[in-house]
Design a protein around this ligand. Structure first.
Ligand code: 13P
Length: 250
């Protein structure tokens, strides 16, 4: 089964609405002809409206970086899938390692956030990945297995069929240390095999697994040459329109 690549930018806590406008003005013409992949930009919440407006009628869709699992309620500081859908988002990142590390997000959160995202028509982009000490302790597959079993295996096959997975080794994020294409491909194959064991071959072959961690214009081509790498989730290199366009057009 052919899987259409996804090139996604995670802006993290960067850019104002004015900077969002300036980014898209420069970025849209650069990627106008890119039909080989889906392009997603995930700005901070206050920029979502501007980003959706800027990308209407384009080949770019907008995702959020987090959501709460409820629809509405007395939950100060949170944003729901219902609201993200209403503002025009198409997808949402779930359990990024920074959310796991700084805000204590766990596998049960992944399950309820992924379910909530799907309920509101948003594609969940669920992040998994090991920390440095886990890789050095030869625990990479054990950690990925636990994250799969706790966060993804509890979903129904219908739910699993609609999500995207992002493998982001924590030690490669923002450090300039990219996993080698072989290391990333090994992890992707492991995750796909886990998916096959739980959900069957057809769904496992269909699920897109993105790589994230210091993806740049000069390393993206080799990563994308790997059969099991279906795209990239890009932090720092997605902030500049020219740089991210070069990543998109690897
Ligand atoms: P960098 O591309 O800045 O390493 O960030 C990766 C990431 O965390 C994307 O979600």
């Amino acid at each position: 089964m052919s899987r259409k690549p996804i090139m996604a930018g995670n802006w993290k806590m960067y850019k104002t609405p004015a900077e969002t406008h300036a980014f898209f003005e420069a970025f849209k013409p650069l990627v106008r002809d890119a039909e080989h992949c889906e392009i997603i930009i995930c700005p901070p919440f206050p920029n979502l409206h501007a980003a959706v407006e800027e990308t209407k009628g384009s080949n770019i869709t907008i995702g959020a970086q987090n959501l709460h699992w409820g629809r509405e309620g007395a939950v100060t500081g949170e944003v729901s899938g219902h609201m993200l859908q209403a503002v025009g988002c198409s997808s949402v990142i779930i359990a990024h390692s920074e959310r796991r590390q700084y805000f204590g997000e766990t596998e049960p959160d992944v399950v309820r956030k992924a379910q909530a995202a799907l309920e509101y028509g948003l594609t969940p982009i669920v992040c998994v990945g090991e920390r440095l000490e886990e890789r050095e302790g030869n625990r990479t597959e054990a950690v990925l297995g636990e994250q799969f079993d706790g966060g993804l295996a509890p979903l129904t096959p219908e739910q699993f069929a609609k999500l995207v997975i992002a493998y982001e080794p924590v030690w490669a994020i923002g450090t300039g240390k990219t996993a080698t294409p072989e290391m990333a491909a090994d992890a992707h194959r492991f995750i796909r095999a886990r998916a096959a064991a739980k959900f069957g071959d057809a769904l496992a072959r269909g699920v897109r697994i993105l790589y994230g961690g210091s993806v740049k214009p000069d390393n993206v081509k080799k990563l994308m040459a790997e059969e099991d790498i279906d795209g990239a989730l890009v932090g720092g290199a997605s902030l500049d329109p020219v740089t991210f366009a070069a990543v998109v057009k690897y």
